[in-house]
Design a protein around this ligand. Structure first.
Ligand code: ARG
Length: 478
């Protein structure tokens, strides 16, 4: 009945070209804003009534009608109508079907420009809660793995070369630190974006005696924008969200990459649970870590959307321009991507198993004790550079012979040192002391890998993440 073209401003003769209508319509993707649109409208109506701009009876009818539109949309009885262009016109159109002409009073003292901004801000506040939960979920899975393997030592890497032994828990905790910074960035963002634009109207404010502070309070904002032009054209909070997502996705891609490597036959440190692995359609022996690969890959899509929105906003004159409608698909796609990635990665981490025997065997064959042997020589009086050189030569000889430190006998060592022109420089007992346990235990700085230190950090991290989530304080965490 009341299609957009019938309701069209008489300024326009005839309806829109179908391709123009399809091109400009946003309801296909902005429908998800509907609950927030209605929340904003109900606060707006309450303020209009409080200020005597609408009579109480009209306000009550509008409020009930809006509640009905929401219920119909939630139950699937009301579905998007393309001819009504966007979510705002859909809500108003359906309201008009329910209430008749009185529905037309809803848009008093408001424009879609401040309306869409309120909707997006309310939606992003909801996204904030969800992302906090998701970060806490992944951190919880990493902490669980750390707690379960406090006694496992792995080779730590630099340049992807086995470098020095570290606790596996220490390695997982490095990721919860990244997530903690991600959470901090999210909190900063949430605090900054919590301003209401409602009442800015199309761009300049509105001649009605409205009370924007009142709508702001009703909607849980900390206050209002200071400038109406900025209020309707600001999209910084969306760029900041995408930048947050880009950094977080970068962290997750690093974790994803390690899970890919560590689950390979070549490493074999972990086994990905069947529920998070897939087979190859042609090679029967394979267990592919698709989830981890896709986590790694999704970062590209997130970066692309960040660059896309920045490019859309670049050079836009004040105030509202339709270009701004392009913010939605970029942001929604990233919200959905981050939601999925964080959830699936948490499940994958929580269920993976660690192959202790395999890691132990690997640790016995590598030379991650080499630094400590050089340190030991230095402690006995040899300049560190010379000690470094001598241990390098020792490792070179052992590699040639396919041996590890554990294979060195006193006689072999004596012959080697003789050859190297350093007879007696290394006491064979030192080699026996270079166990992974002693090497990690010796690194006792607050952030280092000694088991007591890692246990302290783990307990602290567990306490921190326990309080995280929408109920946990969020932006108030400071
Ligand atoms: N669908 C629009 C958007 O997403 C809503 C605001 C439209 N305002 C306007 N004057 N056309 O940005």
């Amino acid at each position: 009945m009341s299609s957009r073209s019938e309701a069209r401003n008489p300024l326009f003769r005839g309806g829109p070209a179908p391709e123009a209508q399809a091109f400009t319509a946003s309801v296909r993707f902005d429908w998800r804003l509907l609950p927030f649109d209605i929340q904003g409208s109900r606060a707006h109506v309450a303020m209009l009534a409080a200020r005597g701009i609408l009579d109480p009876d009209t306000a009550r009818r509008l409020d009930e009608g809006l509640a009905q539109v929401l219920a119909e949309a939630e139950s699937g009885r009301f579905t998007p109508r393309l001819e009504w262009e966007d979510v705002h016109m859909n809500v108003e159109g359906r309201l008009a079907e329910i209430l008749g002409p009185v529905a037309g009073t809803l848009h008093t003292a408001r424009s879609r420009n401040d309306q869409v901004q309120v909707d997006m801000l309310l939606y992003m506040r909801h996204v904030y809660g969800r992302m906090q939960e998701r970060l806490a979920g992944l951190a919880g899975a990493l902490l669980q793995q750390a707690r379960a393997h406090l006694d496992v030592i792995i080779p730590g890497y630099t340049h992807m070369q086995a470098a020095q032994p570290v606790l596996l828990a220490h390695h997982w905790l490095a990721y919860t630190e990244m997530l903690r910074r991600d959470l901090g960035r999210l909190d900063d963002w949430a605090r900054r974006m919590n301003r209401s634009p409602l009442g800015a109207g199309a761009l300049a404010g509105t001649p009605y005696p409205t009370d924007p502070e009142d709508t702001a309070r009703r909607l849980g904002f900390d206050g209002i924008y200071r400038n109406s032009l900025d209020a309707v054209s600001d999209r910084d909070y969306l760029v900041e969200f995408l930048a947050w997502a880009a950094i977080t996705a970068m962290h997750l891609s690093r974790l994803g990459e390690e899970l890919v490597l560590w689950s390979s036959v070549e490493f074999g440190y972990i086994r990905v649970d069947d529920a998070y692995s897939t087979g190859s359609s042609i090679m029967p022996q394979k267990r592919n870590p698709d989830v981890a690969e896709l986590v790694r890959g999704k970062a590209g899509r997130v970066y692309g959307n960040l660059l896309g929105l920045l490019t859309t906003l670049k050079g836009l004159p004040l105030a509202y321009n339709s270009d701004l409608q392009e913010d939605k698909e970029a942001v929604f796609e990233v919200v959905d991507t981050m939601d999925q990635v964080l959830e699936v990665l948490a499940g994958m981490v929580r269920t993976l198993t660690v192959d202790r025997a395999r890691i132990r065997a690997r640790l016995g064959r590598d030379f991650t004790a080499a630094t400590d042997l050089a340190d030991r020589l230095a402690a006995a009086g040899m300049p560190f550079r010379e000690a470094h050189h001598l241990v390098g030569a020792l490792v070179g000889r052992l590699l040639e012979e396919g041996k590890g430190f554990g294979d060195v006998t006193p006689a072999w060592l004596a012959a080697f040192l003789e050859d190297a022109g350093r007879p007696g420089a290394i006491d064979p007992a030192w080699l026996a002391e270079l166990t992974p346990e002693r090497l990690v235990a010796a690194r006792r700085q607050p952030f280092a890998t000694a088991p007591e230190r890692v246990a302290e950090r783990l307990a602290e991290a567990e306490r921190f993440w326990q309080g995280v989530g929408p109920a946990g304080g969020g932006a108030a965490r400071g």
